[in-house]
Design a protein around this ligand. Structure first.
Ligand code: F6R
Length: 632
């Protein structure tokens, strides 16, 4: 049902997996219905990271449930230009790798815009592409993703509502976002062939999928004005378009962000906190200065009716915010503080910081990490994955060269290391984009990251034996795409948890880092703790789990349950700790669409949290790290 603020119907599923299965089911049903009618089913298809799981599910339906694609005709939305079909990054290759090679579609029914033509030929080709879609009877269903800038297909902001299939420029944002598929940004083509907005709008039905970090642009497209500056907002004018979202991508919609504006709600303490914090930030007033008038004028009259006086509500929220701030992440020893986020006892605590990649510990909770150690707790770090795909080829060559030089310097036989260097150089010289490294190179890349992680632990002051490199197998595919969580991942984690028996564990609570690694890492810990609990281990009942956010975002201020302030000195100390990760400095292979380095993101975000607390009327700190408690 279209909610009053939502101008496009939205289907919300808990996870990207569930959303992908839902979308796949819609498509499968349409294909079957068309089969019954003896009709072809004409599908418009998209590439990118969003639809990959949906294609997997379609393949599963084909292999396990006999779904046939014999009557399916496909037209892809777009293709880079120029590009050779058989290059790894071409959308032609993408579609074959992720779908066509695994189903029974007739190859002559597959259409992807042709990136191999000259510019002159491309014009004619675009006209033909439109014609071919019409000749096939028009698109029965178009699958879309959405760019962070609101693009659909490669119709970038500003594209006309009347645009047709054409050659177009890629927006800089898009080139940065898509550079993950290429070696670096300079290799991303500047042009692309794309169906136009009018081509897309002619489809009989449209399914747009979006997961995770797309929440803001999704809200603009669904609830904002129709504008060519947000091409996806034009879909508001389509009469059969649905957005399929996971919970995170839906989180900026009014019904979640400001539910009190969307109808009746249950005024739980967290809902009150959210409403009041939002009100204060919107009016740029400290919480304690909000008046009855402010509540009434901003749609919160109901809250006053139910809870009474504005000042009472202000105080309640102010105390919640105040009590979330502590300099004692492991609890304050010998103090009785019932409203404190952590227990005082036992002291000291055994703590495990689970770090999905070898630097998430210091980037996301470096200040807290140092405090926990300095305050006498037994801190362990579990590096969950090797992080070996995120080391550049130049960096690995430099390190092998160092090993050869080191052995030479001390008259150690360096024949073997010279051989490894020569082999690596040979391999890297002809390495194709996306080609998986040899197992030796992967191992060395992992070793480089382990060295950096160990150095960080020493920098914080941890003694030997407190760092644990789990090398969880789900990660070790050598490519961006990871395996799902497996039994071995859980087994390794259970073993570690049982060995340490922690009172506190910290995990990355990102449900949407670019490659999904953080989510799997979190699932592995939760599954392990659940199994340990089910097995009846006593200690686990006294183990609290705190979630931090990875490099990509921060918790909503109203949801924060523990905020650890940092002094300017601690900010600098954390920065230097992040600098230890030299393989990740300056440029990293997987930058994402944010050009800032990790230390800059961390500092901006920690300063921002402190500023928000100050804006709400609490003490102004230099920076703050934020946590939410997870009850498993
Ligand atoms: C892909 C396409 C693009 C993507 C969009 C989102 O064929 O036309 O519009 O759908 O850029 O990309 P991902 O899914 O990688 O975030």
């Amino acid at each position: 049902m279209v909610d009053s603020f939502e101008k496009i119907p939205v289907e919300i599923l808990p996870t990207p997996q569930a959303g992908s299965s839902y979308a796949a089911k819609q498509i499968a049903e349409l294909i079957k219905q068309k089969q019954k009618e003896n009709q072809p089913c004409v599908l418009g298809l998209a590439t990118g990271s969003t639809p990959i799981m949906m294609y997997k599910e379609l393949i599963r339906l084909h292999k396990e449930e006999g779904l046939s694609f014999k009557n399916v005709i496909t037209f892809n939305l777009d293709e880079y230009f120029p590009i050779k079909r058989d290059e790894y990054q071409s959308y032609w290759s993408f579609m074959h790798r992720n779908l066509f090679d695994h189903i029974d579609i007739d190859p002559k029914n597959i259409h992807v815009p042709n990136g191999e033509l000259t510019k002159e030929e491309a014009k004619q080709h675009c006209i033909q592409y439109e014609q071919m879609i019409d000749d096939a009877g028009g698109l029965d269903l178009q699958v879309l993703g959405i760019g962070n800038n609101g693009h659909i297909g490669f119709n970038e902001p500003g594209a006309s509502i009347f645009s047709k299939t054409r050659l177009t420029n890629l927006d800089n944002n898009t080139r940065v976002a898509n550079s993950r598929e290429f070696q670096n940004i300079s290799k991303v083509p500047r042009l692309a062939l794309t169906m136009g907005i009018s081509t897309i709008m002619k489809a009989k039905r449209i399914l747009l999928m979006a997961w995770g970090l797309k929440a803001q642009i999704v809200a603009k497209a669904v609830e904002g004005y129709v504008t060519e500056h947000v091409p996806a907002s034009i879909l508001q004018q389509h009469n059969n378009c649905t957005f399929i979202l996971d919970e995170q991508a839906a989180s900026e919609l009014t019904r979640f962000k400001w539910p009190w504006l969307s109808g009746e709600i249950e005024w739980s303490p967290i809902m009150i906190k959210r409403a009041v914090v939002n009100l204060a930030l919107k009016l740029e007033k400290p919480v304690l200065s909000l008046t009855t008038f402010d509540y009434n004028e901003n749609g919160l009259g109901d809250l006053l009716v139910e809870k009474g006086d504005a000042y009472e509500i202000n105080l309640q929220v102010f105390y919640l915010l105040r009590d979330s701030i502590t300099g004692w992440p492991g609890g304050k020893p010998n103090a009785h503080l019932p409203a404190h986020p952590e227990r005082s006892k036992p002291y000291p605590k055994r703590v495990i910081i689970f770090s999905p990649h070898p630097d998430d510990d210091i980037i996301s909770m470096g200040g807290t990490f140092m405090r926990l150690h300095d305050q006498g707790h037994e801190v362990h770090v579990a590096y969950q994955t090797s992080g070996n795909i995120a080391v550049t080829d130049e960096f690995v060559t430099r390190f092998i060269d160092f090993a050869v030089g080191f052995e030479g310097l001390f008259n150690i036989d360096n024949e073997k290391s010279s051989e490894i260097l020569a082999e690596a150089q040979n391999f890297l010289a002809s390495k194709q984009p996306q080609q998986i490294d040899t197992s030796e190179i992967r191992a060395i890349k992992g070793l480089i990251r382990r060295g950096e992680a160990k150095a960080t632990c020493r920098y914080v002051g941890l003694p030997e034996g407190r760092w644990h490199f789990q090398n969880l197998p789900f990660y070790e595919t050598g490519s961006i795409e990871k395996n799902p969580m497996g039994e071995e991942d859980v087994k390794l984690t259970i073993e570690l948890l049982r060995k340490i028996k922690p009172h506190q564990v910290y995990c990355a609570g990102d449900l949407a880092d670019p490659h999904g690694t953080h989510k799997v890492c979190l699932d592995v810990v939760i599954e392990s703790l659940k199994r340990i609990k089910a097995a009846g281990d006593d200690w686990v009942n006294d183990c609290w789990m705190w979630l931090y956010k990875g490099a990509w975002q921060e918790w909503d201020i109203a949801d924060i349950e523990m905020a650890i302030p940092m002094s300017p000195d601690q900010v600098m100390k954390k920065r230097n700790g992040i600098f230890i990760h030299q393989s990740q400095k300056d440029t990293v292979p997987f930058q994402g669409s944010d050009n800032r380095e990790f230390w800059q993101r961390a500092e901006d975000r920690n300063a921002n949290t402190a500023n928000l607390y100050a804006a709400l009327g609490l003490t102004r700190y230099a920076a703050m790290e934020a946590f939410v408690r997870w009850k498993y």
